[in-house]
Design a protein around this ligand. Structure first.
Ligand SMILES: [Zn+2]
Length: 296
């Protein structure tokens, strides 16, 4: 059952843009606004954006009763903080506390992929689907997993993340300190840094290698979690297209011979759900009448 019985203020923190909007309880976006993510003073830009959206609220729309915020990067749900890898200005940034102070509303935080996974079972293709993995290949790699209708969160909120799964034991060093993480082969940021040109001009060998590494990660995750469905999307998938997906499927075929993985389906969601709807989906089950966490 859903606790939140009113519109949600949805906030999205991404490498390239910040978005805010008001989303009703059926998942319809009533108001939306966005700005490019600045290199510094990110909070000041986000604060202005949220104020603008709250002020733009026409009379017939009810006040939001809760805030859902999705962010790229690693989370600490206990601290309510985020550390986006591509955003040097924010390291353990306490975004929950800042949004609670700004709006006076309870705030629910989740990762970008967590939001996408929640949206998929709210208004998307995972309605009624008990177990699946959502994998976003964008500037960074984001993923989240729902098993038997339970969202895997882990101790800090990063459960189901494949970004730092080792896919090449003798591979590239990763910013996390390990070697051969998926992040170094399948995130737009790492690929562009390696080839020193935009993603769309990547050589075929890099496109194929990306598919192989993503295939290895998915095959491992599918075996660990006994998955039958993986939703894959993001700018790397859009840009590399079928060449990458074909090499990914070949690699998965080579590595997924267990009987329980014979019907593993890896597909792009047919309808892309707006990130603001994902952010709103995060707050669906919170109790809006509880005081903000920082006021307790
Ligand atoms: Zn790593």
């Amino acid at each position: 059952m859903s606790f939140v019985d009113g519109p949600t203020l949805a906030v999205v923190v991404d490498s390239s843009r910040l978005a805010a909007g008001i989303v009703d309880r059926d998942g319809e976006v009533l108001i939306r606004d966005r700005v490019g993510t600045p290199n510094r003073d990110v909070w000041r830009s986000l604060e202005r954006l949220v104020r603008r959206v709250m002020a733009a609220k026409p009379g017939e729309i009810h006040m939001p009763v809760a805030v859902g915020v999705s962010s790229i990067g690693s989370l600490d749900l206990q601290a309510g903080s985020v550390t986006p890898e591509t955003m040097a200005a924010w390291s353990s940034f306490p975004i929950v506390q800042h949004l609670e102070s700004l709006t006076g509303l309870p705030v629910a935080l989740d990762s970008a992929a967590g939001a996408a996974a929640e949206a998929e079972r709210w208004v998307g293709e995972a309605v009624g689907l008990p177990s699946y993995l959502t994998l976003l290949l964008d500037q960074t790699i984001e993923s989240a997993c729902i098993i038997n209708d339970v969202r895997l969160r882990g101790a800090h909120g990063n459960g189901g993340s494949l970004a730092h799964l080792a896919v090449d034991p003798d591979g590239f060093p990763c910013g996390c300190g390990a070697i051969g993480c998926l992040n170094m082969y399948a995130s737009a940021a790492a690929i562009e840094a390696e080839i020193n040109r935009p993603l769309r001009r990547a050589p075929d060998s890099v496109v194929e290698r990306t598919g192989i590494m993503v295939g290895r990660a998915i095959a491992s995750a599918a075996a660990v979690f006994d998955l039958t469905t993986v939703f894959i999307s993001g700018s790397v998938v859009d840009t590399f297209g079928d060449s990458m997906l074909d090499s990914m499927r070949r690699e998965i075929g080579l590595r997924s011979n267990l009987d329980n993985l014979s019907d593993l389906s890896v597909r792009e969601p047919s309808g892309l759900i707006q990130p603001l709807v994902g952010a709103a989906a995060i707050s669906r089950f919170m109790d809006p009448y509880a005081p903000p966490a920082t006021a307790r």
